[in-house]
Design a protein around this ligand. Structure first.
Ligand code: HEC
Length: 106
């Protein structure tokens, strides 16, 4: 595929993705992680907020289940060298699933 065609396809895909999502007003500052009494909250604050704001978590599907979050945390560790102890992964995954995923109490 020529480069321009690829660009057009990418634009169309991102336009479609935006059309399907709700519009959200972003707060001016970096989004903070949602506070929680779960032990994974402090871990996530210390580890996950180092590189990016909590917007990234906020934009994950609320239907995302535990394995999704686990894969995410492991990807952050292996791909981006996030300093996550293997022992802390279940705590962080627990916090993420219950705060941003399909285990949120409504
Ligand atoms: C060393 C830096 C670093 C740390 C620490 C880090 N991330 Fe990331 N994260 C990134 C980068 C870079 C991206 C964007 C790249 C991409 O989209 O593939 C990203 C993207 C994301 C996304 C967006 C979805 C995606 O697949 O791109 C989520 C969700 C996320 N991170 C969650 C986490 C969580 C949870 C933690 C804590 C366990 C964490 N991150 C720690 C660097 C980091």
């Amino acid at each position: 595929m020529p480069k321009t065609l690829i660009a057009v396809v990418l634009l169309a895909v991102s336009a479609l993705a935006q059309a399907g999502s709700k519009s959200i007003d972003l707060p001016p500052d970096g989004v903070q992680l949602k506070p929680s009494i779960l032990p994974g909250y402090a871990k996530a604050q210390a580890i996950c907020a180092a590189c990016h704001s909590a917007e990234y978590m906020q934009y994950q599907p609320p239907t995302a289940a535990r394995p999704y979050w686990e894969a995410m945390v492991k990807r952050m560790k292996t791909v981006f060298k996030a300093p996550v102890d293997d022992a802390d992964i279940p705590l962080i995954v627990d916090y993420l699933a219950k705060t941003y995923g399909n285990e949120q109490s409504k």
